[in-house]
Write a protein that binds this ligand. Sequence first.
Ligand SMILES: Nc1ncnc2c1ncn2[C@@H]1O[C@H](COP(=O)(O)OP(=O)(O)OP(=O)(O)O)[C@@H](O)[C@H]1O
Ligand SMILES: O=P(O)(O)OC[C@H]1O[C@H](OP(=O)(O)OP(=O)(O)O)[C@H](O)[C@@H]1O
Ligand SMILES: [Mg+2]
Length: 295
Amino acid sequence: MKNKETRLNIALQKSGRLSEKSFELLSKCGLELAQGKRSLICRSQELPVDVLLLRDDDVPTFVSEGVCDIGIVGQNVLLEETLGTKEGENLETVMELGFSGCRLSIALPKEKEYNSLEDIKGCKLATTYPKILQNFLDKNKINAMAVKMEGSVEIAPSLGLADGICDIVSSGATLEAHGLVEVEKIFQSQAVLVGRKNMSVEKRAILVTILERIKGVRAAAKSKYVMLNAPKSKLKDICALLPGSESPTIIPLADENKVAVHAVCLEPVFWSTMESLKSAGATSVLILPIEKMLV
Ligand SMILES: Nc1ncnc2c1ncn2[C@@H]1O[C@H](COP(=O)(O)OP(=O)(O)OP(=O)(O)O)[C@@H](O)[C@H]1O
Ligand SMILES: O=P(O)(O)OC[C@H]1O[C@H](OP(=O)(O)OP(=O)(O)O)[C@H](O)[C@@H]1O
Ligand SMILES: [Mg+2]
């Protein structure tokens, strides 16, 4: 009998703040996912990978229980779901993904005076993250109460349900719209790839392929391909200005006094860099995006 193929199961958020970026990342890694309209599982033809679509809060449990091998989740949810449980012992952060950056903060109505944490003693704070909040309060020896809400937390103070909140802040626009002011940042978060610690050798091999591709996608996103022409006499100065470039390719030109320089720059190339290149004698400076890169 033929052995069952080993496939890596990945848990992704079905819809929400993480899902679009997660799908985009996998797609850039060559994992085009065939998904029916209402299907909660999709298969990749390119690699032995299946993707399960979940609520983000369920991602840590699915991975720690071994239903999925890896998953994408915010560090805020990962910490909330694993604080004080055995679940976290099976899990490891495999890679920080650099998107969905946000912070968990305490915010109070703008009328309330705030000088230090002492001012929230005895307060009721509405939050979706009671364990992270309680942990922060305990560490700072502040006696305040966490009131659990599943969403729309910012509305709680104006309805008299709480004195303040502890919720996700990114631009701060939601706080402002609800007359709240951020007074303490308690946790900085981004999306991570979380994995189960004891994975089979076969599954780990698939994971390594995906990790290498993610590294390539992220390196390509930051990098640029630079092409320019340089007078031979200025070549050294011009090459020194190329940010994060290992060893540029130098190509002869019809004009014997000039060469073409092609380089992969692993750091951002700003307008100011291009202006410096021009001042140093470079002409026809072109900056091109890089689609894929194996690093
Ligand atoms: N405004 C924001 N800016 C950046 N990242 C955010 C923002 N809001 C949330 N996030 C991040 O995205 C994650 C998912 O947020 P989302 O609002 O989609 O969660 P949710 O409503 O709990 O979703 P689900 O329905 O899957 O339970 C958060 O846990 C956080 O890590
Ligand atoms: O500081 P800001 O940029 O305003 O972002 C913060 C808001 O973003 C998230 O909500 P989201 O908009 O995802 O809606 P949700 O409450 O339905 O999850 C979070 O719960 C905050 O309410
Ligand atoms: Mg959720």
